[in-house]
Unconditional design. Structure first.
Length: 574
């Protein structure tokens, strides 16, 4: 990850931004004030990300970088009021770990300084500020990410809207008044900013008022009356006979806009996979004005009546698309051949792996998860293209681990090793063997099951072998029962023991592999030495304990009736 972040930081520098390294607590690693006036050199950036490989990328805002950012921490609170000051159009937009948004704009010639709560729920990062840029990840592993098609590469920086500049300046002006700041130090608003309905802009101002009234729900009769009053008070007066034309244009524009917004909302809904909020539609489609938001609500209510979407969750404005279409399962032409894989401990003798299968190995720290996964690679890289995604091993560590297997390092080139710690569903190969070491979640463990499903959804004929962390003595990894839904083979590994927790496709229908476990010793961090045979920890007085190779006389634990029900097809006659 360090090499990737270093390169991204250098890319931002090449775009003209002033870059600084940021700690997980959002504070700079360095004394950053000098970089408000001068940009770091490529050598400095390489030095910083070599020293702090997990540093987040900070962009110094203002004139030094030519960029300012509107930071919406609370979309439900901030977007509605912010929309009054922003014009529509595409704006580079990034999501934040806390569920907010960053909107990137071109810095004005006279760039305002930082401002908080303008409007409520919204902060401004201008002269003397900095913002954290994608793909940075904070201390909990959550990241900043640009919305699809709205990155700094996809969209040019638009100018910061003038109404918002006036809002910031007026907000600061009121603060200066409260604090008794000298008039000479206050930002000045020129007379032209407030002069309307004068020659040269009467037409534009009257049409603007007509649009605002129509969008606000004012009746045609009332709108016409207001426009006539304003026309008579223009300097010079505006011809009254031309006022109906202004109203008609505003009505037609509102109708076209409503139709366009409806189509934008429909496109968003049809491409959505998960639950979404009304604010998500507004941000994702850059429909941020007040009238746009009203049109979005109207469109969603209509789509709900049509049966395209439905309410979900306990929050107002939360929907999900109703997926009424199902793909036919062509079982007649389906291949019955499994994926020919070899596993440590000869697991392939008991469990079949089929196309689009998920395999999970949940293990305690240092129990041997990575060793298990590398053995999977070693045993199968001759016949399969394998993609190994590592979240914690760098190139040197991988090289050291592979040397222990005693194979020429060039042999391992049949496997592609990639550095990755999140969003694995974006990079897995649908028709290949994907090894993920490991899904790294530090909180919100309930998300792990959903992440596994996302990987499953991307597979076609390939498989994914996924490592998870687990607590000692427990069978399931972090995420609990949610991690058990999609896997067809689920393994639990502790120090010196591995267990088949779940196996759906048995090689021998007479031998149930579920619950089998075997002891082992891990040698040199790479070689598994099996101790004894696969066995079930089920002991019953006077009955035999089933294993794949033999039946053993045992003592206790399950009742005779329970064991008979489980093994009724394979218990020997006594």
């Amino acid at each position: 990850m360090s090499v990737v972040m270093m390169q991204v930081a250098l890319d931002y520098l090449s775009k003209g931004f002033s870059i600084i390294p940021i700690k997980p607590d959002k504070k700079p690693f360095i004394r950053w004030e000098p970089y408000q006036k001068q940009k770091a050199t490529p050598e400095e950036i390489r030095e910083w990300w070599t020293k702090w490989p997990t540093a987040m990328i900070g962009i110094v805002t203002g004139s030094i970088s030519g960029v300012v950012v509107i930071d919406v921490d609370d979309p439900d609170k901030g977007m509605q009021t912010l929309s009054e000051y922003l014009t529509t159009g595409k704006v580079p937009t990034a999501t934040t770990p806390g569920g907010g948004y960053h909107f990137y704009f071109k810095a004005p010639e006279k760039c305002p300084g930082n401002s908080a709560g303008t409007p409520p729920g919204v902060d401004f990062r201008g002269e003397g500020g900095y913002i954290i840029a994608p793909p940075s990840q904070n201390g909990t592993g959550k990241g900043y990410a640009f919305l699809d098609g709205l990155s700094l590469q996809d969209v040019e920086l638009p100018p910061l809207p003038r109404p918002y500049i006036l809002l910031i300046n007026s907000f600061k002006h009121s603060l200066y008044m409260e604090r008794g700041v000298n008039d000479a130090k206050r930002p000045q608003v020129t007379p032209s900013d407030a002069m309307m309905f004068i020659e040269g802009r009467r037409d534009e101002d009257l049409f603007h008022v007509a649009n605002c009234l129509v969008k606000g729900g004012t009746t045609e009769k009332e709108t016409l009356k207001v426009l006539e009053i304003l026309a008579l008070n223009c300097e010079p007066p505006f011809p009254l006979q031309e006022i109906p034309e202004k109203l008609d244009s505003a009505l037609k524009r509102a109708k076209r806009r409503e139709v366009n917004v409806s189509e934008e909302v429909r496109d968003f809904v049809m491409t959505s996979r998960d639950a979404f909020m009304t604010s998500d539609v507004a941000i994702g489609r850059q429909l941020t004005s007040r009238e746009d938001r009203k049109a979005i609500v109207k469109a969603l209510l209509r789509f709900e009546k049509e049966g395209l979407i439905e309410h979900c969750g306990n929050r107002n404005g939360c929907y999900r698309r109703i997926e009424s279409q199902c793909e036919d399962i062509d079982f007649l032409n389906a291949s019955e051949e499994g994926v020919n894989l070899r596993w440590p401990f000869e697991i392939e003798r008991y469990v079949r792996i089929l196309p689009k299968n998920i395999v999970v190995i949940a293990g305690t720290p240092d129990a041997g998860k990575t060793a298990f996964l590398l053995n999977v690679v070693k045993e199968n890289m001759q016949g399969h293209k394998i993609h190994y995604f590592s979240s914690e091993m760098g190139a040197v560590e991988i090289k050291d681990r592979l040397r222990k297997f005693g194979l020429p390092l060039n042999d391992w080139k049949r496997c592609t090793f990639k550095e990755r710690s999140s969003n694995f569903s974006d990079v897995i190969q649908p028709d290949g063997i994907n090894v993920i070491d490991f899904i790294e979640i530090h909180d919100e463990f309930c998300r792990v099951g959903g992440l596994i499903k996302e990987i499953y959804d991307k597979l076609t004929t390939g498989i994914a072998v996924i490592a998870l962390q687990k607590k000692p003595g427990q069978d399931l990894g972090r995420g609990g029962l949610g991690t058990l839904e999609k896997p067809r083979l689920y393994l639990a590994i502790d120090n010196g023991k591995i267990k088949i927790v779940k196996a759906k496709n048995w090689v021998n229908s007479q031998v149930n592999p579920n619950g089998l476990e075997v002891s082992f010793k891990l040698v040199d961090g790479c070689k598994f030495r099996k101790i004894g045979d696969w066995d079930k920890s089920v002991e019953v007085p006077g009955l035999y304990k089933e294993t794949p190779n033999q039946f053993k006389y045992t003592k206790k634990r399950m009742g005779k009736e329970d064991l008979t029900r489980e093994f009724q097809n394979i218990l020997p006659n006594k």
